[in-house]
Every structure is written in C-alpha cells, then in structure tokens.
Design a protein around this ligand. Structure first.
Ligand code: SAH
Length: 213
C-alpha cells in the first residue's frame, strides 16, 4: 500500500489532472499520507480521494492539496511565513512545511490538533507551529503572512484573513455553502486593494466558529 509504485501512480494521476509544479509533485510523492489516517483507512491513503479523519472532518483529496499548494507557490512572491486555517490531519500542513519557510496552522478541534502534532513530530517536521483556536480570525500575533491557505470554507472571506496578508500576500480559500468556489486573492502591494481570481468549483467542510475541546 505504501509502495513506491502506488505513490508513483498517484503522482501520474495528479499530472493527468493538470498539476505541473514538480516541487509539489515530488513532495507529495515523498510524503507518507497513510500516517495521517486511522489504521482502518490507511490502505486507501494513495487513492485520489478525500477520506474521513473523525469529528465529521476529512483529509482533502490529494488533487486539491496539490492544486492549492501549486497555486499558492505560483502566486506568492515569497513564502517565508504561511498560515493554514484547518490543520485537520496535518497532511496539508506537512506538504506546506516542506516547501515554505515557516508554517503556522490553526485548528478548532483539539483532538485533531493533538493527533496532527504527533504525526508532524513523527515525520520530523520542525518548522510548524500549531494553535488551537478559531482560524476565522487568523493568527494576528504571528502575522502578517506571505500566504494564507484555508482548508475549510467560509460563506464569505473573513476580513481578518485579508488584513493579515503581507504586501503582495496571497490567500487561497474555498468560499460558499452548498456550492463553493476556490478563490485566489492577492493583496496589491501594501494597499488595501485585493484582486480576486475564481479558480474552480470545490467541496470543503464548512469553516465553523468557536472551538471544541
Ligand atoms: N488540511 C486538512 C483538512 C482538514 S478538513 C488536512 O489535510 O487533513 C478542514 C479542517 O478545518 C477540519 O479539521 C476542521 O475542524 C477545521 N476548521 C473548520 N473551521 C475552522 C476554524 N474556524 N478554525 C480552525 N479550523 C477550522
């Protein structure tokens, strides 16, 4: 299940779907996705599908992880500091951590955060800081960020996330309810003007407010 061939097939599938960034493809090919899942599901880790991680949440489909990461890297001038909203299993966090300077990741469900912390430690990623909080407010103490990636969908873009973008910073975020679209939002220089590009229809869990223990 974790064989090189299985992972290679996943990479080929991602390329067929239009993912072109080789750094992103290499990191996905090298990262053990099965450790981010409960054992009963780990045999499905290299399928290109979203999988449950408990608490009604899901680990995103590899295609969407690849796509969002590729968009973020392509649009951001620098990626010293990146904020992720919705740590979940920690899989997307681990992909980002191998491609950017420092990752800050916020999760509202404490047991998911605890598991993610253990997994990130297990694979030896040290440039990640986790916080148990409502990520709809970003992480103001650590901002501004060169890029912000949200893996949960708000109805509307939270203004706090826009405010925490550094000059020319980029926000990659799914937005909507039953129908959602993936948006790329770029801060124009150090102004309060933002350029929005709609990328594709997506289906993410909702961004919820507050936290749970
Ligand atoms: N990046 C994750 C995807 C998990 S699904 C992964 O690779 O596994 C999205 C996650 O966002 C869920 O864990 C959910 O609890 C979390 N979430 C939803 N609303 C949130 C909020 N307001 N603040 C922080 N996390 C939130």
């Amino acid at each position: 299940m974790t064989s090189q061939r299985t992972r290679q097939r996943l990479i080929e599938r991602l390329m067929d779907q239009g993912v072109t960034n080789h750094q992103v493809l290499d990191v996905i090919g090298d990262t053990p996705r099965h450790i981010f899942l409960d054992e009963a599901l780990s045999h499905r880790a290299y399928e290109d599908t979203a999988l449950p991680i408990g608490f009604g949440q899901t680990l995103s489909q590899p295609y969407i992880v690849a796509r969002m990461t590729e968009v973020l890297l392509g649009a951001a001038g620098s990626v010293d500091k990146v904020l992720e909203v919705g740590t979940g299993s920690g899989y997307q966090t681990s992909i980002l951590a191998q491609l950017v300077g420092q990752v800050y990741s916020v999760e509202r469900i404490k047991p998911l955060q605890d598991k993610a912390r253990e997994r990130l430690r297990q694979i030896g990623l040290r440039n990640v800081q986790l916080r148990h909080a409502d990520g709809g407010f970003g992480w103001p103490e650590m901002g501004p960020f060169n890029a912000i990636l949200s893996t949960a969908a708000p109805r509307d873009v939270p203004p706090e996330l826009l405010q925490q973008l550094a000059p020319n910073g980029v926000l990659v975020i799914p937005v909507g309810g039953n129908t959602q679209e993936l948006r790329l939002i770029i801060r124009e220089g150090d102004s309060d003007n933002f350029m929005t590009q709609v990328l594709e229809p997506v289906k993410f869990v909702p961004l919820l407010s507050g936290t749970t223990r």
